[in-house]
Design a protein around this ligand. Structure first.
Ligand code: SF4
Length: 206
């Protein structure tokens, strides 16, 4: 702020030599990582520049080695941007949104897609928590299927995958099948955040 107002600002501290700069990345074993690996593989046969995404830990897939996210504007915008892009002729038009962001403001966009019969795929990367802000309860937990059905997505096009390395081929296949469906489809990719799962295990032991 001071710099923006034209004041000179002394650096608070210099970074010691021993500290190596490195970009932020997913925790080891994070389900978002396996979800994006499957999305990247599924999109290979298409002339795709990437996916519309949203705000959460999963936004890290905008960075290497994934480089798959092309937009992150505000909470819920992944879905509405995918609708706009599909309207403009983009195929496949894929949005990736987290479970708590989806219940915060992605549901409204999904309703829009259903009413407009947009040809989009929405992947809800469900880590069953609000990982980005420290693991608060997610309103989506246990409700995603019913919410999507209630909004009007056809039941047979609400699919669930488990983002684990051993399921990679199967998950790629499911994503491709739903890309090929001419309409609104949702894939719920569910695996609990490794941080909250570890905390729960520890508190169960005490
Ligand atoms: S906090 Fe959870 S959701 Fe976020 S990167 Fe780590 S494991 Fe993934």
């Amino acid at each position: 702020m001071a710099r923006a107002l034209g004041f000179s600002v002394d650096p608070v501290a210099s970074v010691p030599e021993i500290v190596k700069m490195r970009p932020p990345s997913f925790c080891k074993g994070c389900g978002h990582s396996d979800t994006f690996n499957a999305v990247i593989e599924a999109l290979k046969p298409y002339n795709s520049n990437g996916v519309f995404s949203d705000i959460g830990c999963y936004t890290l897939a905008a960075l290497p080695p994934y480089n798959i996210i092309t937009s992150c504007v505000d909470m819920g915008a992944s879905v509405t941007m995918a609708i706009g892009a599909a309207d403009a002729g983009l195929f496949p038009s894929v949005a990736v949104i987290g479970d708590s962001t989806f219940t915060h403001s992605g549901m409204t966009g999904l309703l829009d897609a259903v009413v407009k019969e947009s040809n989009i795929l929405v992947i809800i990367s469900d880590n069953s928590t609000t990982g980005m802000t420290g693991g608060q309860k997610s309103h989506a937990t246990g409700r995603l299927q019913k919410i999507c059905e209630g909004i009007g997505v056809a039941r047979e096009h609400i699919r669930t995958i488990i983002p684990l390395r051993k399921n990679h081929e199967e998950n790629v296949q499911t994503i491709r099948e739903e890309i090929e469906y001419d309409g609104v489809s949702v894939i719920i990719s569910t695996r609990e955040c490794i941080q909250t799962a570890t905390k729960k295990k520890k508190s169960d032991r005490t």
